[in-house]
Write a protein that binds this ligand. Structure first.
Ligand SMILES: [Fe+2]
Length: 485
């Protein structure tokens, strides 16, 4: 390499360093393609499957702690019908049967269909299963792929979607996600926005179920509850909380010793995923607080190196929308996230995208200590991806001065993907919906918070547990920063 090219390379490295490390970026891109109105109910996006009492709104989620079970859910409109799932590993041949249950609910003047939940367990890892639900001519067939066995180097691709709603922007987000090869969705709350309708119209919960079926019938969506899922309407006599949400979206909370479907954990491939509820008590001595304290102790980074937390309200957010709303939970849980070296905290709620640097604000105790978030290598990266495309539109007003903790922010619609490559590295993208095309925008290589420590890296090298390490990193960096290659 000549002197000129060496100097050019050095310059580019320095420019990247300055851009990426010393200051954040606020993107000026704010365009949205479609108006923020919901798709009409008679649109094909909400098509009702043919046949009497045909299963609709089919969706699956992980059914146990370690990924050897799925919970399959669907709705039948006219009568309960059967809650059986027939399944097997050969297409159209369904040799096994699981028996589920059905339920329904009323919400003011809305009466739901029959909501079926069926646990299919004892599955093999890394296997494609076909399943059939419903009966006769109205029976429907789908498939899903089980994850690899829990293993620190098991590669896996997660999609992250939040605040989806049911506009054409929502549909665009969903379709773009489906092109990515993502294997499981981490959904960070605010599903249907049915509560934007008079009497929180349950019909819009049904249409949302049909909208997401094209993805959610074939791969697990890991559910987190948001404020639009609370459905608290004492004026209508509806005084319980999360009634439609909890009837429709089952979670495997018992498997992680949780006492509520609203907070729980699953392990999948090389990830330990913890789901929290921003709208349930979380202060000291509450059930959620006790549960999280115990669950963090159960995390074994030797088996699942990637520790990911999902919640609805972001703890770090420099948008004017929902500013400071995560502060109470931050005060309670942030020190644990730092202590346990959480890799990433994903949240939604704010209808824009924002990624933080690794920062913490745990030294301030009201009377002393630094009052500002400071760089902290043990802290998670906080990512807000509440930009799924719902009818409330974008949160376009960020604080004028971008805070030091904020690395990238942009008010447009999109979703994220997180590709876990092995125990040390993951590739992350935020993908903006740009005029109907899938446009990767923000990206970063994550170094695992547990295995990136010098001592563990040396130990890995010594034991040659990971021989392809150096060449793999070079390949990612070439892919991400082609200008340097
Ligand atoms: Fe929200």
């Amino acid at each position: 390499m000549g002197l000129c090219s060496s100097l050019l390379l050095l310059y580019l490295v320095l420019v990247c360093f300055v851009n990426d490390v010393l200051s954040g970026r606020t993107s000026s891109f704010t365009r949205s393609e479609w108006p923020s109105t919901d798709i009409p109910l008679d649109n094909e996006a909400f098509v009702v499957p043919e046949g009497y009492n045909a299963p609709q709104q089919v969706h699956i989620t992980q059914g146990d702690y370690d990924g050897k079970a799925v919970l399959i859910s669907w709705v039948t409109e006219s009568e309960p019908g059967t809650s059986e799932v027939w399944y097997g590993t050969v297409g159209h041949e369904f040799e096994h049967k699981a028996e589920g249950k059905n339920t329904n609910y009323t919400f003011y003047n809305y009466k739901s269909g029959y909501i079926h939940h069926c646990l299919v367990d004892g599955l093999e890892y890394n296997t494609k299963y076909y399943y059939r639900i419903g009966t006769g001519a109205a029976a429907r067939e789908f498939w899903f792929q089980t994850p690899p066995e829990i293993d620190p180097d098991a590669p896996y691709i997660f999609g992250i979607i939040g605040d989806l709603g049911q506009t054409f922007n929502s549909l665009s987000t969903l379709k773009h996600y489906m092109q990515t090869g993502g294997q499981t969705v981490l959904f960070v709350g605010d599903l249907s926005y049915a509560d934007r309708y008079e009497y929180n119209d349950g019909v819009r919960w049904d249409s949302w179920g049909r909208l997401i079926e094209k993805s959610a019938a074939y791969q697990p969506w890991i559910w987190t509850a948001g404020n639009h899922d609370i459905d608290f309407r004492p004026d209508l006599g509806e005084v319980s909380t999360f009634k439609p949400y909890m009837h429709r979206f089952a979670t495997p909370y018992v498997a992680s010793k949780s006492s509520s479907p609203l907070w729980y954990a699953v392990r999948r491939a090389s990830a330990h995923i913890i789901v929290l509820s921003s709208y349930s008590p979380f202060v000291k001595y509450t059930p959620q607080w006790y549960w999280l304290r115990g669950e963090l102790k159960r995390v074994n980074r030797e088996k699942t190196p990637w520790l990911i937390v999902l919640m609805h309200v972001p703890l770090y957010n420099s948008n004017e929308a929902h500013y400071m709303e995560g502060e109470a939970m931050r005060a309670v849980f942030e020190s644990w996230f730092v202590h346990y070296k959480v890799d990433i905290v994903f949240a939604g709620h704010v209808h824009a995208y924002e990624r933080s640097y690794r920062v913490s604000n745990i030294n301030y105790n009201i009377t002393s200590g630094n009052r500002y978030p400071v760089p902290d290598k043990s802290a998670p990266v906080y990512i807000t991806v509440g930009d799924g495309g719902n009818q409330e539109g974008l949160a376009a007003r960020f604080s004028k001065l971008q805070p030091d903790y904020s690395a990238y922010r942009e008010a447009s619609y999109g979703h994220s993907t997180l590709e876990l490559k092995n125990r040390t590295h993951a590739l992350y993208h935020w993908n903006r919906n740009d005029d109907g095309k899938h446009v990767p925008t923000d990206h970063i290589i994550f170094h695992n918070q547990y295995w990136a420590s010098n001592r563990r890296r040396r130990s890995l090298k010594k034991h040659r547990k990971f021989p392809g390490h150096a060449s793999l990193i070079a390949k990612y960096e070439e892919e991400l920063f082609p200008v340097l290659a």
